[in-house]
Design a binder for this molecule. Structure first.
Ligand code: PLP
Length: 413
């Protein structure tokens, strides 16, 4: 191991073996999957856990008086404990199953927002936000007469903390922000922002969609009020995610969706609600999804996460090195601290053409506005091409990306 070759700290090639999908060819080329910010691939262990549930334990949870339901319920609740440990939650009942970050933000906006926001109140969101952390707040603020206000972002792609200071006063009731920008990779100083927001009595929701796969999260150390993530960006299945909240806040919040499981008693005279976490989990949950997510976290337990994070950052450094050799490349955002996300434009080649040409060479990147239209507008671009790295990516993948970019450049010049 040498500092000169940080890739050696972490054996991405061995990790890659755990992901069967990566063994295929696309358009006659070995697949180079660089769209991890959109969704990550699934290790065999996750695929097996889901298949195993359907093969052996399939039953509804919390309801049946039979062995299968008992087994399914135990695995389902064990996964909640796994997530609680993963986030360093004080208690498992603070972990609420949702479909993903989108549903988590809608839950908080509709439940907490409806009971805590009113005319004159302000919700602050950085320009960096994903649409899923903008639109639910716009909808609830329109309904209750509160205001959504964008927090400016510097040219570097960092939140303008001075501007935030100037915006913060006691009319701010919520600051919602992503931990890492999916569009340009900014790692936001969430702990500092949480302290600033709390100083004026505001609550903070952190969207961890792009953070959880890259380093361990400790909700108690962060001091946030809500933390949300999606399982599919953490090597788990789609359709499952987590809303974590402070217990006293969750306890005081009304249910979001009504139906089975979330009640204590129902009568036409009135209904009483279940305790946490079930108050927020109406209907049959995504049982296989929960089990798959638990398996994904257990898989990550076997990975040296510090080394994996260093590996991903080394891939970004290598990317920036290769990009510097191509003057036609314009990187969008140069944040002080960035995750393994490279968002860029290639002069003379529309991002969607570039995406298509890369795909012809088996290279998967994302192109477009990345569900962050206000940020694209801030930079005056309609969209970008984005390569995003994960634990199974290698320097060879980065080489393939740049070979592909050079090929596209040759075609378009
Ligand atoms: N927030 C961020 C930063 C994201 O990158 C995404 C998905 O790309 C989301 C929220 C929405 O996640 P989901 O579609 O899983 O609800």
């Amino acid at each position: 191991m040498t500092a000169a070759n940080p890739a050696k700290y972490f054996d991405a090639a061995a990790v890659r073996e755990d992901f069967p999908i990566l063994k295929q060819e696309v358009n006659g080329h070995p697949l180079v999957y660089l769209d991890n910010a959109a969704t990550t691939q699934k290790p065999e262990a996750v695929i097996e856990a889901i298949a195993n549930y359907y093969r052996h334990d399939n039953a509804n949870v919390h309801r049946g008086a039979h062995a299968l339901s008992d087994r399914a319920t135990r695995t389902f609740e064990a996964a909640r404990e796994t997530v609680a440990r993963f986030l360093n939650s004080p208690a498992p009942q603070q972990v609420i199953w949702v479909r993903g970050v989108t549903e988590a933000v809608n839950l908080v906006a509709n439940s907490w927002g409806r009971s805590n926001l009113g005319p004159g109140d302000r919700v602050l969101l950085p320009y960096l936000e994903h649409h899923s952390d903008i639109v639910p707040w716009q909808m609830i603020c329109a309904a209750v007469g509160a205001q959504v206000e964008p927090i400016p972002v510097l040219d570097s792609g960092d939140i303008d903390l001075d501007a935030l200071d100037a915006m913060l006063d006691e009319s701010v009731k919520m600051v919602a922000l992503n931990h890492v920008s999916n569009a340009i990779g900014t790692i936001n100083p969430v702990k500092e922002i949480i302290e600033k927001a709390h100083a004026v009595g505001a609550k903070v929701l952190v969207d961890g969609a792009q953070a959880v796969a890259h380093w361990p999260i400790d909700v108690q150390a962060l001091g946030c009020d809500f933390y949300a993530f999606s399982g599919h960006k953490l090597f788990g299945p789609t359709g499952i995610g987590v809303l974590w909240g402070r217990e006293e806040l969750l306890d005081a919040m009304p249910p979001f969706l009504g139906g089975g499981e979330m009640i204590e008693t129902v009568s036409f005279a009135g209904t009483t609600f279940n305790t946490l976490p079930f108050k927020f989990e109406a209907g049959t949950p995504n049982i296989a999804g929960v089990i798959g997510l638990g398996a994904a976290i257990q898989y990550l337990d076997g990975i040296d996460r510090e080394a994996a994070a260093a590996h991903e950052l080394a891939l970004l450094d290598y990317t920036l090195e290769l990009a510097a050799e191509i003057p036609a490349i314009r990187r969008i955002g140069e944040p002080r601290s960035a995750a393994g996300i490279f968002s860029f434009l290639l002069e003379g080649c529309h991002p969607s053409d570039l995406g298509m040409l890369l795909d012809q060479q088996g290279i998967a990147v994302r192109t477009g506005h990345h569900c962050a239209q206000p940020l694209m507008e801030r930079y005056g671009v309609p969209g970008t091409a984005r390569a995003s790295y994960s634990i199974y990516n290698t320097r060879e993948d980065v080489d393939a990306l740049f070979a592909g970019i050079r090929k596209a450049q040759a075609l378009f010049s």
